[in-house]
Design a protein around this ligand. Sequence first.
Ligand SMILES: [Zn+2]
Length: 102
Amino acid sequence: MKKFKIDIDEQVVLTIQRLDFEVQAREFIVKSLMQSDIANYEIFKQYHSEYVDYFSQFEIAKSMITNKYIPNALKEHETSWNIDYASKTLEITQNCNCEVII
Ligand SMILES: [Zn+2]
């Protein structure tokens, strides 16, 4: 398993970090509402629809990052990645054992 680190634009990091936060916040609220005894369906519907909206924006942003920042040499291999928000670095893990030079 090999790891690669790539710097990414600050604006991209800020956008994806914000979407990540919005998704997590909605997910927390929706889960809490589902567990609550006094379930208000209208409020639930509102947060659920916001959750779906942010979740799809987050997924689109993630696939843009995959397209833009994963080096071509790695695109055909099994990889996973993660962004370190603090250092604005994309950490790519190559999950297969192929020899790849980027
Ligand atoms: Zn491979």
